[in-house]
Design a protein around this ligand. Structure first.
Ligand code: NOJ
Length: 771
């Protein structure tokens, strides 16, 4: 059927709705797969584009925040009422931070019923690790190495967000992070591009499902494109210098994986890369993403990052910033106030081609169509569903399941863990022990304050009546009010609670201490130069330890901490990140052995802040080893390696690796190599091991990392049980950005290594890659 639209008729929203329904009844459901559905989608997009004035097109490229939630600096005089006026005049394509089904319905009504064309808005929000039911922070979830769990967590988050009127999350954050000073490490999947790529795929699948128009899916956003995680000195928003090889080998793979998984949108980044701000980068946005990777979705700027081209010093004013960003391929201006005032004029002056505007608007409309918004703009605005779904028991159960999988056991001297549930006295001490807010974490969506199950509550709920649980806060972590928008004021002086803590520790069979960071010490704008336990917590630990050595330390933190002072003081060490709504219950599951810990670190934990940036897959350097004389690559006062390496994590059982075998001594470019080995549970309880396979490319046209994760498998074994694990390596797994600038594997000698983490290699063997 050929649809003709008479452009001479006065066009109004009703007319647009009629056009859409004609198309809809012709069976052109945008969610259908295949070329037919694709071309019908494109026709629907073009039919709308054909109706639009240049002003309306630029309006689609504009996104404002509402004042419900503020996630960046707002310009003076920013008022929702002015924004609503612009929605009515077709100058707004998207809003962020409009919360609740009711509020989104009202804003959507303005766009659909009151603007000339009635094009629906797309509502975006930072649904990073949950909407109302909170899951572990992304760094914590990454420690599960469990793609099903991560996909499930993103699906629950998407479903809750969609129930509250949201269409689009600004997640997953895919920045590779190597510097624990950077506060946004908490939002990342850690330091490894392979693990990061798998997680990128799992999260995109979880948020988007396979039908964006389904009521429980939302559009995802791969961010921050690119290299935001490499800020110099770990200071947020700081300059980034990164060579081509590092960019392609380590930074881009998770973004490519997200694009391959069909992520609907990308967000560019605040940082510059080698002198070009990411928002102004034609190379990243037009050439690589939209060109080489053929990405059909749209790119949104980060908050105000178009206007920030001015302080970056590449644009003299907002008009120039708009021109540079639009030409570079940034399709939507988030809270930047540059596109609407200047893009129309820039097109009229010939400074920006209208075809670029058309391309941007097509991309935005495409995503709106795929979400089903043209078929029913109110499909996600259902207060009844919102009421029933948010924080439901089923979602709490899902959160607890993912949370316990995210816990990493770092030390278990003398098998102090698991604890007994049926006898004795447990002293639960520390500023985070009874806290119900901090475990929710930073980037907490629409979570309700103090809504997490505290560690103390979890322990009390888990133990039988013969166990006495005593609690003392010991010390306050911070002084004064805490908030998402302001700095945390750490308590450096008040030790009045020490006495009570020491008193209850003295008489206890075991002390569980909950120490770490305030969740507002990590996240955006929260870089730190010191990464040890803040405030007086190390002193509290020492005081408690002096009267009772049976201490299990539960750490809550958003980044790797320098634990060199505390690790020797404790017998048990449990990394709990910020575990979300079910934190206390999930931790009790682990502490009492109802769940045998299985998490593995997705980042290296340094021995000292002086080592960062620290990552396991480093290069060799020309002087990797040495001895008596000093002329080799090392520190005079500290070891080079991590305190706890990437991939590390213990269990209540033990595993052994044996019988490493390769299917051949040579691997061909088009023939996979099978790597097999036997994994045995050598302990007394059932447990899950994440068996890891690493490689080393011994000689390359460029220097290669000393070790790189290539595969892993999670395996659950009963005591005494063995299993032969077979993992397949292809030449594609060995590809890198070569000296010629090609993504390919080079023939030559390799090593394959297997083991429980990146340092404790259980066995290795060589093979040759041949053409
Ligand atoms: C700035 C952050 O960098 C980005 O990740 C986030 O999505 C936006 N603010 C919106 O809140």
């Amino acid at each position: 059927m050929k649809l003709t639209i008479n452009l001479s008729l006065p066009v109004h929203s009703n007319m647009l709705r009629m056009v859409f329904s004609v198309l809809f009844f012709c069976g052109f459901a945008a969610s259908q797969q295949g070329a037919f559905a694709q071309s019908s989608l494109e026709r629907r997009v073009d039919s709308v584009l054909a109706l639009m004035t240049l002003e309306e097109k630029v309006g689609q490229m504009n996104q404002y925040t509402s004042s419900w939630d503020i996630t960046g600096p707002m310009p003076k005089g920013s008022r929702d009422s002015l924004k609503y006026t612009q929605i009515r005049s077709g100058q707004v394509g998207s809003m962020l931070n409009v919360l609740s089904a009711k509020a989104t319905r009202e804003a959507q009504r303005m766009a659909v019923e009151e603007s000339r064309l009635g094009i629906p808005l797309i509502f975006g929000y930072d649904v990073i690790h949950g909407f109302r039911t909170m899951f572990p922070i992304p760094l914590g979830e990454a420690a599960s190495w469990d793609m099903e769990a991560i996909e499930k967590s993103s699906r629950v988050a998407a479903s809750e967000a969609a129930a509250a009127g949201q269409h689009w999350t600004f997640a997953p954050m895919l920045d590779i992070t190597r510097d624990a000073r950077w506060g946004r490490m908490m939002e990342s999947a850690g330091e490894d591009p392979y693990l990061g790529s798998l997680i990128a795929t799992a999260r995109v699948r979880g948020f988007q499902g396979d039908d964006l128009s389904a009521p429980n899916t939302i559009a995802a956003c791969a961010k921050h494109f690119a290299a935001y995680g490499l800020a110099e000195g770990g200071r947020d928003y700081n300059t980034v210098s990164v060579g081509d090889a590092l960019l392609h080998d380590a930074i881009l793979p998770p973004f490519k994986a997200a694009a391959d998984a069909g992520v609907a949108t990308f967000m560019n980044a605040f940082n510059e890369i080698n002198g070009i701000p990411a928002t102004a980068s034609n190379y990243l946005q037009r050439k690589l993403l939209k060109g080489d990777w053929d990405f059909p979705g749209f790119i949104v700027s980060d908050w105000g990052s178009v206007a920030e081209l001015i302080p970056h010093g590449v644009a003299a004013n907002e008009k120039e910033a708009a021109r540079i960003a639009a030409i570079a391929g940034c399709d939507m201006d988030m809270e930047g106030y540059c596109y609407v005032p200047y893009l129309v004029q820039l097109v009229k002056e010939g400074a920006v081609e209208e075809s670029m505007i058309n391309d941007a608007v097509r991309r935005i409309l495409r995503v709106k169509f795929m979400l089903g918004l043209f078929d029913d703009p109110y499909r996600y605005c259902d207060p009844v569903r919102e009421q029933n779904e948010l924080f439901s028991q089923a979602n709490q159960d899902a959160s607890r399941e993912v949370a316990r999988k995210s816990v990493v056991l770092l030390k278990n001297q003398g098998n102090i863990l698991p604890l007994k549930k049926d006898q004795g006295t447990i002293a639960v001490i520390g500023p985070l022990a009874a806290d119900k807010d901090i475990p929710i974490g930073s980037w907490r969506g629409n979570a309700v304050e103090n809504s997490a199950v505290s560690l103390l509550e979890g322990i009390k709920a888990a133990v039988g009546k013969n166990v006495t649980v005593r609690h003392a806060q010991g010390v306050k972590l911070s002084t004064g009010p805490r908030s998402f928008l302001t700095e945390v004021h750490v308590n450096e002086t008040d030790t009045t609670g020490f006495g009570e803590a020491v008193r209850i520790a003295k008489g206890a069979d075991v002390v569980v201490m909950a120490l770490g960071e305030d969740c507002w010490q990590s996240g955006e704008g929260r870089s730190r130069t010191e990464i040890d336990l803040p405030g007086l917590q190390t002193e509290l630990l020492a005081a408690v330890r002096a009267v009772n050595p049976r201490v299990v330390l539960v750490l809550m933190n958003g980044r790797p901490l320098d634990l060199s002072a505390v690790e020797p003081q404790v017998q048990g060490l449990v990394e709990a990140w910020f575990l979300g709504s079910q934190s206390g219950n999930a931790l009790a599951d682990v502490l009492f052995g109802d769940y045998n810990p299985s998490g593995k670190l997705p980042v290296s934990f340094p021995r000292s802040v002086g080592q960062v940036p620290l990552y396991y897959n480093h290069k060799s350097t020309g002087r990797p080893t040495g001895g008596e004389i000093v002329f080799w690559s090392h520190y005079s006062d500290e070891k080079n390696d991590a305190l706890f390496p990437f991939g590390y994590g213990l269990s209540y059982t033990t595993f052994s690796y044996s019988a490493l075998k390769l299917s051949s001594e040579t691997m061909r470019m088009n023939e996979p190599l099978k790597v097999s080995f036997t994994l045995t549970n050598t302990g007394k309880v059932t447990g899950t091991e994440t068996a890891q396979l690493y490689t080393r490319d011994l000689v390359g046209s460029r220097t290669r990392p000393v070790i790189e994760l290539k595969k892993f498998q999670k395996v659950t074994l009963k005591p005494g049980e063995s299993r032969v694990i077979t993992l397949e390596l292809t030449s594609g797994d060995l590809a890198f950005f070569t000296r010629e600038g090609l993504w390919q594997a080079e023939a030559g000698d390799f090593e394959v290594m297997i083991g429980p983490d990146s340092r404790n290699i259980a066995a290795k063997q060589g093979f040759k890659l041949v053409r």
